[in-house]
Design a protein around this ligand. Structure first.
Ligand code: ADP
Ligand code: MG
Length: 734
């Protein structure tokens, strides 16, 4: 192949190609796995599109590679003999490289990558922009790029990537400004701009990196591949991600679960506003939105989710220390009262932490060691004239208390302390006790020496006590995650054939919805329902009612009426004698509401006593990235106003379903508040897991509401059903 690789004529410009806005693509994750080490530790890197031209990507990446890399760098450019003093080869095939960085114009990228494939280069980073992020033509080009890479089994990063970095070999294969300081954090970012920002900022924050990758458009390798690869990398202590999307949610969950066994993973997921929610026709769909799916997905994956970049790296720094607290009790040791109180408040606010309560021995020993004015209870105040030795003594005593799982050490500037020495003391104490410690250096220049020492020795330090506490809390969260097991949900005996038939009946409809006429689905999955039937004439309605009891509930059954009670289509407490009239009334209300509505009839249903019952909702929504989610919450007609709901990936087992019933705000209502009897929680839990299995078994159910599932002390009843079927999915499963 020939052509001028000089980006002078091309679209690869330093300014124009910082990534972001990567398109969502549905391609399954590339199974690169642990083999990705080739991307971070190559021997010989070819820079295809290398050039001397100032301001070009090809020059910037070549310069960065030449700066520190302990392997070889081979410029590739058919129209030059030399780049930055290095001899140039005409084609990547002549470079004898094991990795290629591609910075040629977009139209030339695919040929270059094919050449890489032909000549055995299996690791390729495409910096060039102008692919999926630019519209239809670009998306097409990206698709071709993916096929070529897959055909040759190439680990391809990008396109539209800033590049990759790895500290052990001094590799900086990016066109960003600097390499980061070395350390144990491996970082992936969907935005290239974010990589440059974080790398720059990290220097002052004392954060060191192992590998860094700018994911770009993720045509081949995506977050799942790197989470998996870094889980197998002994030099990665923490995986950190800035993500805008997760392409294959379930694959990510699988990979992350394995990684978080011994390597914590923390991410910021940006883009919290929900574009997809409006079109939903169910309550669950309206509430679901993609952020709830990410929340459920990241939680299932055991991934810590940070709300801000600062929180993300505060967590990363704490996690990089490697020690995990064995108690959620925190000791605060300070030489200043006010900051001690702030730290105490922050511990109180932290969901997973509490102030440790010292035992008598600890209190006595602190009393002996400290002057009379000191506070020997937690928070320990060693007071302003404390020497390094006094600080150390107090720390040693507190650290031996069995209730102390982690420590915040706070210092404000004082005249008596040598802060370099103080830093060494804190780091020594952390090393000796193996208890996580966060330092809070509440000052600037005067404390700089302590900051330098702590950075050097890997003890996280912060200015703000709340951030120090936040860092420690992420350790406690990680301890919880690491201790998790992920049992398969208990199997459910169900009449799946019957459900398949009922779902297929939707094809006779003008829309894709089913309502209470499909309640037999509940029977098939062992979910209790009230007695009742759908009938299509008043006399029949009366007959059914007589068989049920003195009073019944009656509901209009029409695929055109989504919310029955909104149009007066639900009558509660109808005496048998009035059932025939009520039938006519319900039908005429439906006709008034929509003259051409399809009316399937009226449901006559046993009335459930709501006085000692709680209306709950169990729902499901299929997320494009994470698949079916199951929702549980406070139900009834005000679901969307209350929004007291929680989500999980479906299916869930008993334990997970039980957690869901515990974590909604209305949980105390289920457990018997204010003199009411508790509802049958086991029955609720059972219904949740059965619904979750139903939607997991039938991907054609894209939305489903069981609202309400009435929970009483005697059990549960599903009294209403609405679901939406995707007819295309229906075909693939029958
Ligand atoms: P929709 O949600 O379409 O308005 P529902 O069947 O959910 O219709 O009924 C609306 C409300 O009527 C329920 O939230 C519940 O308060 C009450 N209701 C419905 N069915 C029963 C029943 N069998 N027993 C007691 N109350 C019921
Ligand atoms: Mg309802």
């Amino acid at each position: 192949m020939s052509g001028d690789y000089d980006p002078a004529d091309g679209a690869v410009d330093r300014d124009g190609s910082l990534g972001g806005d990567a398109p969502v693509d549905s391609d399954a994750a590339f199974d690169g796995g642990a083999a990705l080490s080739g991307l971070f530790a190559p021997e010989r890197v070819a820079v295809v599109g290398a050039t001397d031209r100032e301001g070009s990507v090809g020059r910037a990446v070549t310069e960065n590679l030449l700066a520190e890399f302990d392997g070889e760098v081979v410029p590739v450019n058919p129209s030059r003999d030399e780049v930055l003093g290095l001899p140039c080869v005409g084609s990547v095939a002549d470079a004898d490289a094991d990795m290629a960085v591609v910075a040629v114009p977009p139209g030339a990228v695919i040929d270059v990558v094919r050449e890489c494939g032909e000549s055995g280069v299996r690791n390729v980073v495409v910096l060039t922009a102008g692919f999926g992020e630019t519209g239809a033509e670009g998306a097409d080009r990206e698709q071709q790029l993916r096929s070529v890479a897959t055909e040759y089994g190439i680990n391809l990063v990008g396109p539209n990537s800033l590049g990759v970095m790895s500290s052990p070999r001094g590799l900086n294969a990016t066109f960003g400004p600097d390499a980061p300081p070395a350390g144990g954090v491996s970082f992936m970012s969907q935005s290239g701009a974010f990589v440059t920002a974080v790398v720059d900022w990290a220097k002052d924050e004392g954060i060191g990196f192992k590998d860094v990758v700018s994911l770009g458009n993720k045509a081949v390798l995506d977050e799942t591949d790197f989470v998996r690869a870094w889980g197998d990398d002994p030099d990665t202590d923490v995986v950190v991600g800035y993500l805008e999307s997760i392409d294959d949610g379930r694959a990510f969950v699988d990979a992350a679960r394995r990684t978080t066994d011994d390597t914590p993973v923390a991410v910021v997921k940006s883009g919290r506003t929900d574009a997809g929610a409006q079109a939903a026709s169910s309550h669950t769909g309206a509430i679901a939105g993609s952020d709830r799916a990410y929340e459920a997905g990241l939680d299932a994956a055991g991934v810590l989710r940070a709300e801000s970049v600062q929180e993300l790296f505060d967590a990363a720094r704490a996690l990089a220390g490697g020690d995990v607290p064995d108690s959620d009790g925190v000791a605060v040791v300070t030489n200043a009262g006010g900051p001690g109180v702030m730290a105490t408040d922050a511990v109180g606010d932290a969901e997973r932490l509490r102030l440790a309560s010292f035992n008598e021995e600890t209190v006595d020993r602190l009393g002996e060691a400290l002057p009379d004015e000191a506070n020997v209870y937690n928070p320990v105040d060693v007071i302003g004239d404390a020497s390094v030795d006094r600080f150390r003594e107090a720390l040693d005593i507190a650290l031996r208390d069995p209730d102390v799982g982690s420590v915040v050490v706070i210092t404000a500037p004082t005249a008596t302390l040598d802060f370099g020495e103080l830093g060494e003391m804190i780091a020594d104490a952390a090393d000796e006790h193996g208890v996580p410690m966060a330092a809070c250096l509440m000052g600037g220049q005067r404390l700089a020496d302590a900051g330098d020492v702590l950075r050097e020795r890997g003890v996280p330090s912060y200015f703000d006590p709340a951030r120090a506490v936040g860092g420690l809390e992420s350790l406690t969260e990680y301890r919880e995650v690491r201790g998790r097991s992920y049992p398969e949900p208990e199997p459910i005996d169900a009449d799946r054939e019957r459900v398949r038939e009922i779902l297929s009946s939707v094809t006779e409809r003008s829309d894709n919805r089913l309502g209470v006429e499909a309640m037999e689905i509940f029977d098939a999955y062992g979910i209790p329902t009230p007695e009742g039937a759908v009938v299509d004439d008043p006399a029949e309605a009366e007959r059914v009612a007589e068989g049920i009891g003195e009073e019944v509930v009656m509901k209009i059954v029409s695929p055109d009426i989504l919310h029955k009670s909104d149009i007066g289509g639900v009558k509660v407490g109808v005496p048998v004698a009035e059932v025939a009239d009520a039938y006519e009334d319900l039908v005429s209300r439906a006709r008034n509401y929509q003259p051409d509505a399809t009316i399937l009839g009226v449901q006559v249903q046993e009335m459930i006593d709501l006085d000692d019952g709680v209306e709950t909702i169990v729902g499901s929504h299929t997320d494009p990235q994470f698949g079916p989610l199951v929702m549980f919450g406070l139900g009834g007609v005000f679901v969307e106003i209350m929004e007291d709901t929680t989500f999980r990936l479906a299916p869930v087992g008993r334990d997970e379903a039980a957690e869901m019933t515990e974590e909604i705000d209305a949980a105390p209502l289920l457990r018997g508040a204010r003199g009411r009897e508790a509802v049958d929680i086991d029955a609720v839990v059972d219904a949740v897991r059965r619904v979750s299995q139903l939607v997991a078994d039938f991907p054609s159910i894209v939305e489903l509401d069981v609202n309400p599932l009435v929970a009483t002390p005697d059990g549960v009843r599903a009294v209403d059903l609405r679901l939406t079927v995707d007819p295309e999915e229906l075909e693939t499963q029958s």
